[in-house]
Design a protein around this ligand. Structure first.
Ligand SMILES: [Ca+2]
Ligand SMILES: [Ca+2]
Length: 219
């Protein structure tokens, strides 16, 4: 697997950030359901371990000590497809795990997430600096039977848009831009490009990549 420092930047969604226990104890998460049901049968209520589809707009909260208040840093709405995540078991930031469990399908809520339950003291990129308080406007779209493909899926194939079994600089740039990281992080090259030729092959890549080299089939 990728080392944690590389994983941090591979996806805003899948990553959790360590925070100090003392800070977490003091941190307050706010969840305000502004639309849809606030009470529902258990099978419509998000439980830990559920696979859910979720719309979100992530911005820097107006109360944030760092970053630009109101600045949107990521949104599923611009992609018009909700994201699929497994909730409540440490696969996403703590603010999502704690704030979304218990919500009903069809509800929309504003979550205000202190840095300790978000991206901590390190942040993610220039739009989400360390210490940022996050604001997520979310909608619980559905609870799904199957686990989200993205979590278990094939990150390599996702980045390798021309499907040639190698990740070149422009494919990596495009991928990181899509997750709002301006530049391909140096550590990506350091950890993944084992022979230093600025191409990350399927063999070199240590992240989720499926079981077969996509080029292996074309003999
Ligand atoms: Ca390629
Ligand atoms: Ca290489």
């Amino acid at each position: 697997m990728l080392p944690p420092s590389t994983l941090r930047i591979c996806s805003l969604l899948l990553l959790t950030s360590p925070g100090s226990a003392a800070a977490e104890a003091a941190a307050a998460l706010t969840v305000d359901v502004y639309s849809g049901p606030t009470d529902c049968p258990d099978d419509s209520k998000v439980q830990p371990g559920n696979h859910i589809s979720l719309h979100y707009v992530g911005s820097i909260d107006k109360s944030s000590a760092t970053g630009k208040p109101g600045k949107t840093f990521d949104s599923s709405r611009v992609r018009s497809e909700p994201v699929d995540v497994t909730i409540g078991i440490g696969k996403v930031i703590k603010g999502w795990d704690e704030g979304i469990v218990g919500l009903c399908v069809g509800s929309k809520a504003n979550l205000i997430i202190p840095p300790e339950l978000g991206y901590g003291h390190d942040g993610v990129d220039k739009d989400v600096p360390g210490g940022a308080t996050l604001h997520f406007d979310i909608e619980v779209v559905s609870i799904n039977a199957a686990p989200p493909e993205r979590v278990e899926g094939n990150l390599f194939a996702e980045i390798d848009t021309d499907g040639n079994g190698e990740l070149n600089e422009s494919e990596l740039e495009a991928y990181f831009k899509s997750i709002h990281v301006e530049e391909v992080p140096d550590e990506m090259w350091e950890h993944e490009d084992k022979n230093g030729d600025r191409i990350i092959t399927w063999e070199e890549f240590s992240g989720p990549k499926g079981s077969r080299n996509p080029m292996g089939d074309e003999l």
